[in-house]
Design a protein around this ligand. Structure first.
Ligand code: HEC
Length: 128
Protein backbone atom coordinates (compact mmCIF):
# COMPACT_ATOMS: atom_id res chain seq x y z
CA UNK A 1 0.00 0.00 0.00
CA UNK A 2 2.68 2.49 1.08
CA UNK A 3 4.80 1.35 -1.78
CA UNK A 4 2.08 1.95 -4.38
CA UNK A 5 1.41 5.37 -2.92
CA UNK A 6 5.06 6.20 -3.34
CA UNK A 7 4.91 5.05 -6.90
CA UNK A 8 1.91 7.27 -7.63
CA UNK A 9 3.66 10.18 -5.95
CA UNK A 10 6.78 9.77 -7.97
CA UNK A 11 4.84 9.30 -11.20
CA UNK A 12 2.87 12.45 -10.56
CA UNK A 13 6.01 14.41 -9.79
CA UNK A 14 7.52 13.23 -13.06
CA UNK A 15 4.35 14.35 -14.85
CA UNK A 16 4.48 17.72 -13.08
CA UNK A 17 8.13 18.17 -13.93
CA UNK A 18 7.51 17.29 -17.58
CA UNK A 19 4.63 19.76 -17.76
CA UNK A 20 6.72 22.55 -16.24
CA UNK A 21 9.66 21.81 -18.51
CA UNK A 22 7.34 21.79 -21.51
CA UNK A 23 5.74 25.08 -20.54
CA UNK A 24 9.13 26.67 -19.92
CA UNK A 25 10.71 25.56 -23.17
CA UNK A 26 7.96 25.77 -25.77
CA UNK A 27 6.37 29.09 -25.14
CA UNK A 28 8.95 31.70 -26.00
CA UNK A 29 9.02 33.77 -29.18
CA UNK A 30 12.65 34.50 -28.45
CA UNK A 31 13.55 30.88 -29.30
CA UNK A 32 12.65 31.58 -32.92
CA UNK A 33 14.75 34.69 -33.41
CA UNK A 34 17.55 34.22 -35.97
CA UNK A 35 20.98 34.70 -34.34
CA UNK A 36 21.85 37.73 -36.45
CA UNK A 37 18.64 39.51 -35.43
CA UNK A 38 19.04 38.52 -31.80
CA UNK A 39 22.54 40.01 -31.70
CA UNK A 40 21.47 43.46 -32.92
CA UNK A 41 21.55 46.21 -30.35
CA UNK A 42 19.34 49.26 -30.33
CA UNK A 43 21.07 52.10 -32.20
CA UNK A 44 19.01 54.55 -30.09
CA UNK A 45 20.21 53.25 -26.70
CA UNK A 46 21.07 56.06 -24.31
CA UNK A 47 18.91 58.64 -26.10
CA UNK A 48 16.15 59.80 -23.74
CA UNK A 49 14.22 61.32 -26.65
CA UNK A 50 13.96 57.83 -28.18
CA UNK A 51 12.13 56.61 -25.05
CA UNK A 52 9.77 59.61 -25.21
CA UNK A 53 9.11 59.02 -28.91
CA UNK A 54 8.54 55.31 -28.20
CA UNK A 55 5.96 56.19 -25.56
CA UNK A 56 4.02 58.16 -28.20
CA UNK A 57 4.19 55.35 -30.75
CA UNK A 58 3.11 52.99 -27.98
CA UNK A 59 0.02 55.02 -27.13
CA UNK A 60 -0.90 55.27 -30.82
CA UNK A 61 -0.55 51.58 -31.67
CA UNK A 62 -0.14 49.36 -28.63
CA UNK A 63 -2.10 50.74 -25.67
CA UNK A 64 -5.37 49.63 -27.24
CA UNK A 65 -4.42 46.02 -26.47
CA UNK A 66 -1.60 46.09 -23.91
CA UNK A 67 -3.20 49.03 -22.03
CA UNK A 68 -1.76 52.45 -21.20
CA UNK A 69 0.23 51.04 -18.27
CA UNK A 70 1.52 48.13 -20.44
CA UNK A 71 0.25 45.61 -17.91
CA UNK A 72 -1.96 43.89 -20.46
CA UNK A 73 -5.64 43.11 -20.22
CA UNK A 74 -5.22 40.28 -17.71
CA UNK A 75 -6.42 37.85 -20.35
CA UNK A 76 -5.04 37.28 -23.86
CA UNK A 77 -2.96 40.44 -24.20
CA UNK A 78 0.11 39.95 -22.04
CA UNK A 79 1.76 42.43 -19.73
CA UNK A 80 4.87 43.98 -21.27
CA UNK A 81 6.38 44.50 -17.82
CA UNK A 82 7.42 40.94 -17.26
CA UNK A 83 10.36 38.61 -16.78
CA UNK A 84 9.73 37.35 -20.30
CA UNK A 85 10.10 40.80 -21.86
CA UNK A 86 13.06 41.55 -19.57
CA UNK A 87 14.77 38.39 -20.78
CA UNK A 88 14.58 39.50 -24.43
CA UNK A 89 17.48 41.25 -26.15
CA UNK A 90 16.85 44.48 -28.09
CA UNK A 91 17.16 42.43 -31.27
CA UNK A 92 14.61 39.86 -30.04
CA UNK A 93 12.06 42.60 -29.43
CA UNK A 94 12.62 44.37 -32.74
CA UNK A 95 12.35 41.04 -34.57
CA UNK A 96 9.15 40.11 -32.76
CA UNK A 97 7.55 43.51 -33.48
CA UNK A 98 8.42 43.05 -37.15
CA UNK A 99 6.99 39.50 -37.28
CA UNK A 100 4.07 39.78 -34.93
CA UNK A 101 2.20 36.61 -34.05
CA UNK A 102 -1.05 37.02 -35.87
CA UNK A 103 -2.24 33.51 -35.06
CA UNK A 104 -2.29 34.60 -31.40
CA UNK A 105 -3.61 38.12 -31.97
CA UNK A 106 -0.39 40.16 -32.14
CA UNK A 107 -0.19 42.19 -35.37
CA UNK A 108 3.03 42.66 -37.34
CA UNK A 109 4.54 46.15 -37.14
CA UNK A 110 6.74 45.72 -40.19
CA UNK A 111 5.00 48.65 -41.87
CA UNK A 112 6.29 51.08 -39.24
CA UNK A 113 9.61 52.75 -40.07
CA UNK A 114 12.49 50.82 -38.49
CA UNK A 115 13.30 53.86 -36.35
CA UNK A 116 9.88 53.66 -34.70
CA UNK A 117 10.40 49.98 -33.87
CA UNK A 118 13.70 50.86 -32.17
CA UNK A 119 11.91 53.68 -30.32
CA UNK A 120 9.35 51.12 -29.12
CA UNK A 121 12.16 48.80 -28.00
CA UNK A 122 13.77 51.70 -26.09
CA UNK A 123 10.42 52.43 -24.47
CA UNK A 124 9.74 48.76 -23.58
CA UNK A 125 13.19 48.44 -21.97
CA UNK A 126 12.64 51.68 -20.03
CA UNK A 127 9.47 50.46 -18.30
CA UNK A 128 10.85 47.21 -16.91
C1 HEC B 1 -4.69 43.81 -31.46
C2 HEC B 1 -4.06 43.69 -30.16
C3 HEC B 1 -2.58 44.00 -30.06
C4 HEC B 1 -1.93 45.16 -30.43
C5 HEC B 1 -2.52 46.39 -31.09
C6 HEC B 1 -0.54 44.98 -30.03
N1 HEC B 1 -0.36 43.77 -29.45
FE1 HEC B 1 1.39 43.02 -28.71
N2 HEC B 1 0.48 41.26 -28.32
C7 HEC B 1 -0.86 41.00 -28.49
C8 HEC B 1 -1.11 39.62 -28.14
C9 HEC B 1 -2.48 38.93 -28.18
C10 HEC B 1 0.12 39.07 -27.75
C11 HEC B 1 0.41 37.63 -27.33
C12 HEC B 1 0.82 36.89 -28.60
C13 HEC B 1 1.32 35.49 -28.34
O1 HEC B 1 1.03 34.92 -27.28
O2 HEC B 1 2.02 34.98 -29.21
C14 HEC B 1 1.11 40.14 -27.86
C15 HEC B 1 2.44 40.00 -27.54
C16 HEC B 1 3.36 41.03 -27.50
C17 HEC B 1 4.72 40.93 -27.05
C18 HEC B 1 5.38 39.66 -26.51
C19 HEC B 1 5.18 39.61 -25.01
C20 HEC B 1 5.66 38.32 -24.41
O3 HEC B 1 5.97 38.32 -23.21
O4 HEC B 1 5.67 37.29 -25.09
C21 HEC B 1 5.29 42.15 -27.17
C22 HEC B 1 6.71 42.55 -26.79
C23 HEC B 1 4.28 43.02 -27.72
N3 HEC B 1 3.12 42.31 -27.93
C24 HEC B 1 4.47 44.37 -27.97
C25 HEC B 1 3.54 45.15 -28.65
C26 HEC B 1 3.82 46.51 -29.09
C27 HEC B 1 5.10 47.27 -28.81
C28 HEC B 1 2.70 46.92 -29.75
C29 HEC B 1 2.50 48.22 -30.50
C30 HEC B 1 3.38 48.49 -31.61
C31 HEC B 1 1.72 45.85 -29.70
N4 HEC B 1 2.27 44.80 -29.02
C32 HEC B 1 0.44 45.93 -30.22
C33 HEC B 1 -1.82 41.87 -28.95
C34 HEC B 1 -1.58 43.13 -29.44
Amino acid sequence: MIRSHRKILSLSSIALFATLAFAATVHSHWDHVPAKDRARSNPLTGQPQAVAAGALVYSDHCAECHKADARGDGHKRPSLRSDHVRSATDGDLEWFLRQGDLAHGMPSWSSLPIEQRWQLVAYLKSIQ
